[in-house]
Design a binder for this molecule. Structure first.
Ligand SMILES: *Cc1c(COP(=O)(O)O)cnc(C)c1O
Length: 449
């Protein structure tokens, strides 16, 4: 099965055709999930002693499995944070798989890692972080946050030595992403919740009083540059200054919103980000890369190496070839060079095309907010931030929100799911797909009448 023969050749043809057709598919269907029993019945046995053959397996995917999986790039998929990978990034993902490159060490993956680092450096410059800052692409914001926070705590352990506290804690706000609580559980440390201001932003003065209260037990302050629910950016400058003054690590979670750095219209909202000790942004969210791809940057990457480098006899040869090994910057060893589709698309189209595409989604945000202001049956729950529009369907309870979303998904009208704000149900549109049109937004709002 490792030999290329006529059968593989025919299969290659079919797979390339599939990929080409999928990248130019218009319109893209939403699709709909099925139960495990339904899928079992439709597929029959998939793993057999003699194999079902590549063509049959591919047909099973295209005819049964894919239609039972939602297309995240469907233009009316506006829930959570959708995705809208560029065609060049998607196509290059095929190349990454075919090229069989190990992305953990410079020795093995130098060329590919060089290109990944070019893409990371574009993000570093946008963030205003100093030269020498750098990092690695990890699967997602969850692993990015965890890896950064492990590095932060390790730096505190090294700094405090015998004076370290019995239990460490980090400061975050109640708007902070759920993955930060998940990281705290893995790390067996506490999260101290910081009050936010009237705009739901964490500020330096609140952080300062928590630092006064909790002293050296705080190893990091986790700020968010674009909350998932509302797109809100904490007051990065005032928090950054407090963190600097106290020698506490500032982490900025820009998994969703960090892409806003690339637009002149939103860049100033990130003022103070340059003070961060670590920063993440998911190109698989608003930077048009396929899953899965999170850029993790450290102001001083050597601190990440202190925490994450793995040492063993069988790895020593890698260390003898320099210390720029991506595996040393996060919780992983083997890694796919998952930053390459993002790099390829950036190299292909140039950064101006990225700014233009983000601006289209900002225009959609403005248009949607205006339509909601004009309508009686819906009401903005918050002024839009970045590309998130959160709104109420006037007069509906949680069950009605849920029922409408189920129906909209079943009919293929839209994927718009309920969220909650201060205990009440809301809908939110998150725009990351430049192919979404204002007519489609109007169609969804009309269907909510
Ligand atoms: C999406 C998101 C995460 C988690 O990222 P994954 O890539 O889903 O692991 C973390 N923080 C914020 C603010 C997010 O929006």
């Amino acid at each position: 099965m490792h030999d290329f023969d006529e059968e593989t050749d025919a299969l290659a043809e079919k797979i390339f055709t599939y990929a080409r057709d999928r990248t130019r598919l218009d319109p893209i269907p939403l699709n709909h999930p099925k139960t495990e029993d339904e899928l079992r019945e439709q597929c029959g046995p998939t793993i057999t002693t003699d194999g079902i053959g590549g063509v049959a397996a591919l047909e099973m995917f295209t005819d049964i499995l894919e239609p039972a999986s939602l297309s995240v790039d469907y233009t009316k998929y506006l829930s959570f944070v959708p995705a809208a990978p560029t065609e060049s990034a998607v196509l290059f993902d095929l190349v990454v798989g075919a090229a069989s490159i190990y992305g953990g060490s410079w020795l093995e993956g130098a060329g590919a890692i060089y290109a990944e680092n070019e893409a990371l450096d574009w993000l570093r410059q946008l963030a205003g972080m100093p030269e020498g800052a750098g990092g690695v692409f990890v699967p997602g914001g969850t692993v990015g946050n965890l890896s950064a926070l492990v590095a932060a705590r390790h730096a505190a352990v090294l700094r405090l030595g015998d004076d370290r506290p019995a239990r460490f804690a980090m400061i975050a706000s109640k708007e902070t992403h759920s993955s930060v609580q998940a990281a705290a559980l893995v790390m067996d440390c506490d999260v101290i919740l910081c009050e936010t201001d009237e705009n739901r932003r964490m500020t330096g003065s609140e952080v300062a009083s928590l630092l006064d209260e909790h002293g050296d037990s705080i190893f990091a302050v986790v700020t968010t540059s674009g909350t998932t629910n509302l797109g809100i950016i904490d007051d990065l400058r005032s928090i950054g200054e407090v963190c600097r003054e106290r020698g506490v690590w500032m982490h900025v979670d820009g998994a969703y919103g960090g892409a806003g750095l690339a637009s002149a219209r939103t860049r100033s909202l990130f003022d103070g980000l340059e003070l961060a000790d670590s920063f993440i942004v998911d190109p698989h969210k608003w930077l048009f890369a396929p899953f899965d791809c999170c850029a993790l940057l450290y102001r001083d990457p050597s601190k990440a190496v202190d925490a994450h480098a793995q040492h063993a006899g069988y790895l020593a040869f890698l260390d003898s070839h320099g210390d720029k090994n991506p595996s040393d910057y996060a919780i992983h060893l083997t890694r796919r060079v998952r930053g390459l589709p993002f790099w390829f698309s950036l190299a292909t189209h140039g950064t101006a095309a990225y700014e233009a595409a983000i601006d289209v989604t900002l225009d959609l945000t403005d248009a949607a907010a205006e339509m909601i202001r004009q309508a009686d049956h819906v009401e903005l729950a918050h002024e839009p931030n970045l590309s998130v529009v959160a709104f109420h369907r006037v007069g509906w309870d949680a069950a009605q929100y849920q029922a409408w979303s189920e129906k909209a998904m079943a009919s293929g009208l839209a994927f718009v799911t309920p969220s909650r704000l201060d205990g009440t149900p809301i809908y939110r549109f998150c725009f990351v797909n430049p192919r979404t049109t204002t007519d489609e937004i109007a169609e969804i709002l009309e269907a909510l009448k």
